[in-house]
Design a protein around this ligand. Structure first.
Ligand code: ATP
Ligand code: MG
Length: 285
């Protein structure tokens, strides 16, 4: 019997969410501090705990069949692997930043300057696209400190809120890449492994869909039903149940998480009362 080998980050910003995603897919496995490899007890997968930098290479070489990591690392390593699914967590961007007292005039600002980064490939592609000749100083961590200690004129690094840049006297001037966690896969998986992967992806999509949607219940006078149904798109169409109170009903539907605040204002205006918004655990489409 084949097992699908999944590489996830051992310890870092992706680890908790990667483990949680597999657990939410109903996959049970043990993950102690010193565990580097573990087999799930109820699904044909083996989980390998690795540094995120190594995952693209291991997936290309089929040491692992699939891996979970940031798109930034996938593009930087540029290995021959497929991006199979976007996962919607670890959202960040790879940006250029310069000392905050410096005025930015566009990408040519970097002409003949020195930029420190852990992403030399993505950065040199960016400079090439913009016809800029600049020196790239590759360092593996604490990149933000480079201008302050005279190592470089600017940096190219991962940003989420931008607060680390500010603390180090830098300001963000150019976004090179937007990134989120993705699943990458080896290009030559045997049929049995592809079957396991298809089952896993079905579960992952159900978990992601559930997170992106909310179940909404509300009461409304029957006269407002038509208006309210036009506001609620629902999966197919909303369910309508009569209430004991004559002339009233309860409407149930599913709304996208990112739309539900404006929908709620519209619903209240249309006469909806007692609105409940409930998380969905799994959503099978
Ligand atoms: P490793 O020891 O595995 O090499 P690392 O130190 O290189 O880990 P982390 O800092 O844990 O890497 O980041 C892993 C990934 O998480 C990054 O490649 C990026 O995709 C994402 N990430 C990094 N910083 C942030 C952030 N501030 N917000 C959201 N996502 C982030
Ligand atoms: Mg790393």
């Amino acid at each position: 019997m084949s097992v699908l080998k999944i590489a996830i980050q051992k310890s870092g910003r992706l680890s908790e969410n990667s483990k949680k995603l597999l657990e939410e897919c109903g996959i049970k496995f043990y993950s102690g501090i010193s565990v580097l490899k573990t087999t799930a007890s109820n699904f044909p997968v083996e989980v390998l705990f690795l540094r995120d930098d190594d995952i693209p290479q291991y997936v290309e070489q089929q040491v692992a069949d699939i891996g979970i990591l940031g798109e930034n690392m996938v593009f930087e390593k540029n290995k021959d692997v497929d991006i199979i699914e976007k996962l919607g967590f670890a959202n960040c961007r790879l940006s250029l930043a310069i000392p905050k007292e410096e005025k930015y005039t566009g990408p040519h600002y970097f002409m003949n300057k020195k930029v420190a980064t852990s992403y030399p490939k993505i950065l040199s592609d960016f400079f090439l696209r913009n016809n800029i000749t600049a020196e790239i100083e590759e360092i593996s961590g604490s990149v933000e400190i480079a201008p302050g200690i005279g190592l470089a004129d600017g940096i190219c690094d991962i940003v989420s809120s931008g607060s680390t840049l500010l603390t180090n006297g830098l300001h963000e001037v150019e976004t090179i890449l937007k990134s989120q966690a993705v699943i990458i896969g080896n290009k030559n998986l045997i049929a049995e492994k592809q079957e396991i992967l298809a089952k896993l992806l079905f579960r992952i999509r159900s978990v992601i869909n559930a997170k992106e949607n909310k179940y909404i219940l509300l009461n409304a006078p029957e006269s407002a039903v038509e208006k309210i149904c036009s506001i609620l798109p629902g999966m197919k169409s909303p369910s309508i149940l009569p209430l004991v109170n004559k002339g009233w009903c309860s409407i149930h539907s599913v709304v996208k998480e990112d739309q539900f605040w404006d929908r709620i204002d519209q619903l209240r205006e249309a006469g909806a009362e007692g609105i409940l918004v409930i998380p969905i655990e799994k959503m099978i489409l």
